[in-house]
Design a protein around this ligand. Structure first.
Ligand SMILES: Nc1ncnc2c1ncn2[C@@H]1O[C@H](COP(=O)(O)OS(=O)(=O)O)[C@@H](OP(=O)(O)O)[C@H]1O
Ligand SMILES: Nc1ncnc2c1ncn2[C@@H]1O[C@H](COP(=O)(O)OP(=O)(O)O)[C@@H](O)[C@H]1O
Length: 203
């Protein structure tokens, strides 16, 4: 009897043909309240409706399970990003478009994930929003608690955020709509030939 082929014999191109698109990691970084989750959700919906295999990994949710043992010190955030990066990389190898939304405040931590994922497949998205706007939005009341001294090491208040210097996509969530942000990421996915031009025509 012919032995079953090991799964290693499945080439990336075969996965791409079956899915109709390539794998990618769309990594959304930004302050709490900048709009990362909102953008990730809208992007996931759009890609799903286009027929793509897409999955969103939100930092907040991952912290309920995979990273439940981690707090918010800089070394713990680094470990959080390392784990999310490894998982995203695996999904990407499986041919999925993975959307990560995590504050991921330190450049070095993001650079390590970038080094893991082949260049055209890693798309860093800076969800840019002034701290004052994030604080005014305060969707979870965390800034209020941080200002009151009830939440230690809060990003932007008592813990650093290093903005990307060369993100593939920059989305200004205080000035542009969620749809604008989705459009910019889709344009990049098309430009990098992750999705086909026919899968997304607008810009
Ligand atoms: N101290 C402190 N600093 C920042 N954020 C805090 C903190 N404590 C709790 N939270 C909540 O945790 C969410 C951020 O988790 P992340 O995994 O994205 O953070 S990180 O990437 O490891 O920095 C973050 O989610 P978002 O508001 O969606 O960004 C907060 O809801
Ligand atoms: N252009 C925009 N993009 C994303 N979010 C926006 C935008 N404009 C306003 N918002 C609002 O900002 C808030 C951001 O919350 P959220 O997406 O949870 O941010 P984060 O995940 O970065 O903490 C939401 O209430 C969202 O409706």
């Amino acid at each position: 009897m012919t032995p079953l082929a090991p799964s290693l014999s499945i080439r990336d191109e075969e996965r791409r043909q079956r899915a109709g698109h390539g794998g990618a990691v769309v990594w959304i970084t930004g302050l709490s309240g900048a709009g990362k989750t909102t953008l990730a959700d809208a992007l996931q919906r759009t890609l799903f409706d286009l027929g793509c295999q897409v999955f969103a990994l939100d930092g907040d949710k991952v912290r309920n399970g995979l990273c439940a043992d981690l707090g918010f010190s800089l070394p713990e955030r680094a470990e959080n990003i390392r784990r999310i990066g490894e998982v995203a990389h695996l999904f990407c190898q499986a041919g999925q478009i993975v959307i990560v939304s995590a504050i991921s405040p330190m450049r070095a931590d993001r650079a390590r994930v970038r080094a893991l994922v082949p260049a055209p497949q890693f798309i860093e998205v800076y969800c840019r929003c002034p701290l004052a706007v994030c604080e005014a939005r305060d969707p979870k009341g965390l800034y209020r608690r941080a200002r009151a001294g009830q939440l230690a090491e809060f990003t932007g208040i008592s813990s650093p955020y290093e903005a990307p210097e060369a993100a593939e996509v920059v989305v200004d969530s205080a000035a542009a709509s969620v749809d604008d942000g989705v459009g910019k990421v889709l344009a990049r996915l098309r430009q990098m030939k992750i999705i086909k031009a026919a899968q997304y025509q607008g810009e």
